[in-house]
Write a new protein. Structure first.
Lengths: 746, 153
């Protein structure tokens, strides 16, 4: 098992075919459930019926194992359990899952295999399950990849049903009434004579019996909670300033820390002079950390001021110091030796292009920061034998491993207390705050240390989205799109991230062409090729990952081809589309936007459709070209996630993702000068503000075969739909983000 | 020096130029007020000084004087919500929620000064408050609904 475990850990990150190496091992291991992590903490008379349900004499606690970053995952996960348990909304409290193998995320693997997410043939299902089994063995409790909903949908309803049936069995034993005559409602078991036994009264009895594992899930027709609008559980706290985030925590005797680390990401520290900083009020010491220094003070502001006052001599950046060097590396990567994948080749592209008038275009997508509004923080306490860390993290198990390694403490004695995050968008997959916080705490054993990043420090170490380019060559015939050779070259954010986890990445990185290679269009001759740019500045997953760049490259150039063919963007896509659920989202936005109607002078509408994370999303953007600049008036979105669990959160997530996609396409990029990011705060990386926000109309469809998450998929179509709308209104083709380099927005 | 926060006087011993934000958060432990940027770009730190919205990261503590500081905790509580907070809950505005203390304080101050803001006025006044999660459509709805409630009251 030891060896398999090592192989498995590595295979998890590859994002590709080598996952298949994991198929063979241990159906036994896979089927054996992980230990229930709640059992260790139980007091007499308390029951933990599954890893997700804990009942005490006082109340019912449901465990939401994913980290709450604003995506509403706590409400969504507990809703599924509560539905099957017959709990009323609000009749329970929520606790985050402690990092434990039982909270594995099996959905994350779905899109790391090279099959089209819309392809549900038997082989594909089998292979997906193999990868899911692999993740289960590894015990990866990850939040990301829009995976929370597919991960939870069945698992948590089963957990709720197991709890319900076990409570009924306990009630049956106590009352002598046969279990088939018992019903459950409002958090109680009901006997035929009308008496009720509260679940909380049954906790001790239930703890003493074996859980019932053969359960039936409720018929969707009987659902009380799923699919109905509900008030999200954290809404009152978040509207009254009473929700604590990682950055708000305090412990007795705590000190405050700020760091200053080489802004040339990964570069070293040659020397530093802290003499001025050490004399500043409230500063107790200045400590070395990897790549920089940390200031310890009695207040965050004093720590920030003192960190500013430390004079550091930084080493060079391990990547090109100026942007020209980055773009050059990308441009030079369209070569056979950099070929990463060619997962799509329909027809014969080369032969078709030889006989045609070729239309060519090059597109660019810059580095972009995540910059969630809550800066990074970590509260860490290290003793001789134990370490505790309070942080909001998407990979809690890996974070615990980092702490254990730095503190020299057994992983069993490290505990990560996952906190509410003030946004993430992929930022909280990184470990800098965990590593540096632990490095400081190790030098100050028994003192709790709260490390807070200044916004400037956070921007300097953001690990932005991948930089990339595409080169498209295509041709039209008889008024239709006929041939398209789409080549995409980006750095591999997956490789960069895996490198920081000490993992190699064998095999291709499917994210380079995500949203493009799997496009649901039957173009007679179509090839999608990925090239991997050698590592430049470190990058990481940014809301919607590869599809945020590949989706732009694909859907904006497709618009060029359709224009060249003299066809209508909607009609031509509807002619090309080959997948029923995807066709429906196109038809939906056509109807919503009254596609084809006259918009009037100086106005235009643009369409884009991208399928990412298994969710087809079509968007129509309407713009007006005013004297003062371009205004985005309205956006229509249709998306199909198979089933909508919470319509309010669905609507909120879709709108947020559209705003995210549009805002960053309008005005955000990270550029490097002298090896350092030039954008240090929101004034230089603004994204959308309220006055620019269009009206957004959302329609959720439920035709797709599988249930999927919605946090990311509406991002990729936003930028190309905007570019296509700008073309329609102005005749200007924008082939590079951010668009404000070429056009003003009002 | 002394400052009055949510009706209570506090004695603080800090540098004159320490921003009100950090006095509230670190010296007084009032953490509903948030740090987002420190340079007046995000509005997460918005509080009221004598009822007017200000960015607390830009106010030196020595300039506060006798002015009443109100933070989100002083605006309303889960048991006794301010009309703006009630509207925020009704319209389920928050995603991560980190910006929302600042959004709510800005909106409450705007409606106090101008009970019937036009859509354009809302756009202008609320645009200093960033929301990275993109809750703007719901912020607009909640403000219109809070304005209606306040007018009826
Ligand atoms: S922290 Fe004050 S405006 Fe951003
Ligand atoms: S709700 Fe997350 S920043 Fe506004």
């Amino acid at each position: 098992m030891g060896r398999l475990r090592t192989i498995g850990r590595r295979s998890f990150l590859i994002g590709s075919a080598a996952v298949m190496g994991g198929v063979a091992f241990g159906t036994y291991t896979v089927q054996r459930p992980h230990e229930n992590p709640l059992l260790g903490d139980l007091k007499p008379g308390e029951a933990a019926l599954t890893p997700f349900v804990k009942i005490t004499g006082d109340g019912i606690i449901l465990i939401a194992p994913h980290v709450e970053l604003g995506q509403g995952v706590h409400s969504m996960q507990t809703l599924l359990i509560a539905e099957e348990m017959d709990l009323d909304w609000g009749q329970f409290s929520v606790e985050p899952g402690e990092p434990a193998p039982a909270y594995y995320n099996t959905a994350l693997s779905e899109d790391i295999l090279p099959f089209m997410p819309t392809n549900n043939s038997f082989q594909v299902e089998t292979a997906r399950n193999a990868a899911g089994s692999l993740v289960k063995v590894l015990g990866v409790q990850a939040t990301g990849g829009s995976s929370a909903t597919p991960d939870s949908y069945e698992k948590l309803r089963v957990a709720g049903a197991v709890a319900r049936e076990t409570l009924k069995k306990a009630a049956s034993r106590r009352s002598g009434v046969h279990v088939h005559q018992l019903k459950t409602a409002h958090g109680a078991v009901q006997l035929p004579d009308g008496t009720e036994i509260r679940y909380t009264e049954l906790a001790a009895d239930a703890a003493a019996i074996k859980p019932v594992h053969l359960v039936h899930l409720r018929d969707p027709a009987d659902w009380r909670l799923i699919g109905k609008p509900l008030e999200r559980l954290d809404i009152v706290a978040k509207s009254t300033g009473t929700q604590d985030y990682g950055i708000d925590l305090r412990l007795d005797g705590m000190v405050h820390a700020a760091v200053k680390v080489n802004p040339r990401q990964g570069g070293g520290l040659n020397s530093y002079d802290a003499s001025a900083a050490e004399k500043m009020r409230g500063v107790s010491k200045v400590l070395p950390v990897t790549g920089g220094i940390a200031v310890i003070a009695d207040n965050t502001w004093r720590a920030f001021q003192a960190a500013d006052a430390v004079d550091c001599d930084w080493g060079p950046a391990p990547y090109p110091a100026e942007m020209d060097g980055h773009w050059q590396a990308v441009a030079e990567s369209f070569t056979p030796d950099r070929l990463d994948s060619e997962w799509r080749h329909d027809g014969d592209v080369d032969a078709a292009l030889e006989q045609a008038d070729v239309i060519e275009a090059e597109y660019r997508a810059p580095y972009v920061a995540h910059a969630p509004l809550e800066p990074l923080s970590a509260l860490v306490l290290v003793t001789d034998t134990h370490a505790d860390i309070w942080v909001s993290h998407q990979l809690p198990r890996f974070a615990e491993e980092k702490v254990a390694a730095i503190a020299g403490i057994e992983i069993e004695n490290v505990r990560l207390h996952n906190q509410f995050g003030g946004g993430s968008f992929g930022h909280r997959l990184e470990f800098d705050n965990v590593i540096l916080g632990t490095e400081i705490a190790v030098q100050m054993k028994h003192t709790p240390v709260k490390l807070t990043y200044s916004r400037e420090e956070d921007f300097a170490h953001d690990y932005p989205r991948q930089i990339g380019m595409s080169r498209s060559r295509g041709a039209v015939k008889d008024g239709h799109v006929d041939t398209w050779d789409l080549a995409i070259a980006t750095v591999s954010a997956a490789t960069s991230q895996a490198g920081r986890l000490g993992q190699p990445v064998p095999g291709p990185d499917g994210q380079i062409v995500a949203g493009a290679w799997n496009m649901s269009y039957d173009v007679p001759n179509l090839r999608v090729t990925a090239y991997r740019v050698p590592e430049l500045a470190p990058t990481s997953s940014w809301r919607s990952v590869g599809a945020s760049t590949a989706g732009f490259f694909a859907e904006a150039f497709l618009d060029e081809l359709i224009h060249a063919a003299g066809a209508d963007p909607m009609e031509e896509r509807l002619r090309l589309v080959n997948h029923p659920a995807t066709r429906k989202v196109l038809e939906a936005v056509a109807e919503m936007s009254n596609w084809g109607s006259d918009l009037g002078e100086n106005r235009g509408r643009g369409l884009a459709m991208v399928d990412s994370f298994g969710v087809p999303v079509a968007e129509v953007v309407e713009v007006t070209n005013t004297d003062a600049g371009l205004r985005i008036d309205k956006v229509f979105v249709a998306a199909d996630v198979g089933r909508i669990i919470d319509p309010v959160n669905f609507d909120n997530q879709v709108k947020g993702a559209v705003i995210w996609g549009l805002g960053h396409a309008m005005n955000c990029e990270i550029t490097f000068a002298d090896g350092m990011a030039e954008q240090s705060n929101y004034h230089a990386h603004e994204a959308m503000r309220l006055y620019q926000c269009p009206e957004i109309e959302v329609r959720g469809l439920e035709n797709a075969h599988k249930i999927r998450g919605i946090g990311e998929p509406p991002v990729p179509p936003a930028a190309p739909a905007l570019a296509n709308a700008i073309f329609a209104a102005t005749g200007l083709r924008l082939r590079e983000m951010p668009f404000n380099k070429f056009i003003d927005f009002v | 020096m002394q400052i009055i926060v949510n009706g209570t006087a506090h004695e603080v011993d800090v540098e004159d130029d320490m921003p009100l934000l950090w006095v509230l958060r670190d010296e007084l432990g009032i953490t509903g007020v948030k740090y987002g940027c420190g340079i007046a770009q995000c509005g997460a730190c918005t509080v009221h000084l004598d009822g007017q919205a200000v960015r607390s990261c830009q106010v030196d503590i020595s300039d506060v004087g006798n002015q009443e500081v109100t933070t989100i905790e002083g605006l309303g509580t889960p048991e006794a919500l301010h009309a703006v907070q009630a509207a925020w809950i009704k319209h389920q505005v928050a995603q991560c929620g980190y910006c929302q203390s600042g959004q709510i304080m800005q909106a409450a101050s705007m409606l106090d000064l101008n009970p019937e803001p036009t859509d354009e006025e809302i756009d202008v006044i609320m645009s200093g408050n960033l929301c990275r999660c993109g809750t703007y459509p719901r912020i607009r709805e909640a403000i219109r609904s809070a304005a209606a409630t306040l007018r009826e009251a």
